[in-house]
Write a protein that binds this ligand. Sequence first.
Ligand code: G3H
Length: 316
Amino acid sequence: ISEQNSGFDLAWVSKVRVNTQAVLKRAQQIQGRNKNKKQWQAAWLLRAVTCIDLTTLAGDDTPGNVHRLCMKATQPVRYDLLKSMDMQDKGVTTAAVCVYPSRVADAVKSLKAANSSLPVASVATGFPAGQTSLKTRLEEVRMAVEDGAMEIDIVINRTLALTGQWEAMYEEVCQFREACGEAHMKSILAIGELGTYTNVYKASLVAMMAGSDFIKTSTGKESVNATYPVAIVMVRAIRDYFLKTGHKVGFKPAGGIRTAKESLVWLTLMKEELGDEWLSPRLFRLGASSLLADIERQIYHHVTGRYAAYHQMPMA
Ligand SMILES: O=C[C@H](O)COP(=O)(O)O
C-alpha cells in the first residue's frame, strides 16, 4: 500500500454535497483576478512552462514526432529569451513529456540520447475511455513502467463512479497504484463524464484515498475538459484531504488549455486556493499539447518590453 493511501472512508464520501452556486462564484472571481503586474508576467509564464506535461496523444504519433516533442521539452524556451531573463544556465525544461504506452520506449530513448533525466509520463488503463478489462488495464500499467515510464496517468472507471460504487472504484485505483510500483500515479477523473460537482468531489476523494500522487481533470478527449469551476471542486478536495490526512496531493488540469493567459489563471487559482507550495511541478502540472507556442510568444513580447528577473518573483 502506498504511503499516500489513507484507506477508504465511506462515511466521508457519503456526506459530500457541493454547493454549485458558491463554486461558480469563486471560479468567476479567480478568472477576474489575473492582475499580475506586467513586469512579472514573463517570470510567471516561465513558471508555467516548468509545470507543463508536454503531451502528444495522437493516433499518428511516431518515433519521429515523439523525438521532436522530447527535444522541445528539454529546451522549451529559446536561448536568447532565457538569456534576457538571466535564466540561461538554470536548465529550464518542462515538467515531463506525456505519451501513449506504446511510445514510452521511444521517448525514453530520445531523452537518454539527449542526456536528459526528464520523466516520461504514460497514459494507461485503456485511455481515454477505460472500457477494457481490469486485467488488460493493469497489464498496460506494468508494461509502461517496464518500458521506463516514471509517471502513469490512469483513467478512473466512470461506470463505477456514475453508479455510486465508490468502494469498488477505490479497490481498482489501489490495484493501479500497486501496478505503478515506484512510478508516480496521476488519476484522471474525466470530469466531463461525471455528471455533477458532487461526483467530481467524491471521485477526487476516492482517488486520493487510494494513493494517487496527483488528480487530473481530463483526458483531453471528452467534450468538456479542464474548467475552472471543476478545478475549484478538485483543489478544495485536495485541501480537505490534506487537512484531514496530512498527505499533499498534486493537481493537473488538462485538455483544451491553449493560451498563455489561461496558464496564468491556472497559476492564480493554485496560489489562491492551495498556496505557493502547490506552484511547483512537484504538486502542479498543466497537461497540454498546444500551449507552449503561445507562452513562448508571450514571453518574447514581455522580455522585449518591461520585465523583472525570474528570481525576483514575489513568491516562495
Ligand atoms: O493529458 C493531456 C491532454 O490530453 C492534453 O489535451 P490537449 O491536447 O487538449 O492539450
